[in-house]
Design a protein around this ligand. Sequence first.
Ligand code: AMP
Length: 282
Amino acid sequence: MPVVLHTPETMQQQAAQWRRQGLRIGCVPTMGYLHEGHTSLIELAARHAEQVVVTIFVNPTQFGANEDLDRYPRDLEGDLAKCAAHGATAVFLPQAGDMYAPDASTWVNETTLSNGLCGQNRPGHFRGVTTIVCKLFWTVLPDVAVFGEKDAQQLRVIERMVRDLNIPVEIIRGPIVREADGLAMSSRNAYLSTENRQRALALSRALHAAQSAFAQGERCAETLARQVRSLIAAGVDLVDYVEVVDDATLVPVAGRISRPVLIAVAARLGETRLIDNVVLAP
Ligand code: AMP
């Protein structure tokens, strides 16, 4: 079983000891309720580092007032078993009170990539993400950290933060892991009723249709966006956004696609908000 560390201080001491021993540290930040998307990242980290730390922390600062912080799913026992089975050597499991002083007043704020897509509907979300990831990096002292392409905007925001703040951590991208029928794995899928689980397929199917159209030569950003939007709208309760953006800058693309684009989507089924994406490269 991996060693479980509960406080930032004990985690830092363990990490410092590994570093003195010349061991490379890999970090996989998560909010728990682990699935095969997460375990694929743990395995990826284990290919780059001798010590693999999975952090499990439902970070309150990245949740909005009306979001699902209080009901976010948890399964600590199951998570520890999955960490062990997939090569984690340590699990960092802090309490919110140990990560944030009650009068904490310092934030990490990425100010460009964070603004669009999920940033529009979730004000303050990426400030919470960049702040906690920066804090986790100072606690786990990793050489490499692995993030999933499922959260495409988050991944790019973290890469930008690491570049801009000269953080000596290599960011590794892990591909999206999907259920057999195409639904992107997510801890939030646990919220879906049987009916909504079926309707949720609209997201991955719409993106798959866009991928096929693109492969057959469709290069108009608006046409692709319109197709994706109408396929998703038919299945979900509310489309938060469907956007075709530059893969690197996340700036919306208009007209002919001549460079890699990210098609990013967010939609709601009942109370559940799901996201998915695909990258299309000419
Ligand atoms: P979360 O626990 O949802 O905060 O996710 C923790 C990490 O796992 C993030 O880097 C996510 O991008 C990644 N992740 C979540 N779902 C998937 C998936 N289906 N495939 C690949 N990575 C994922």
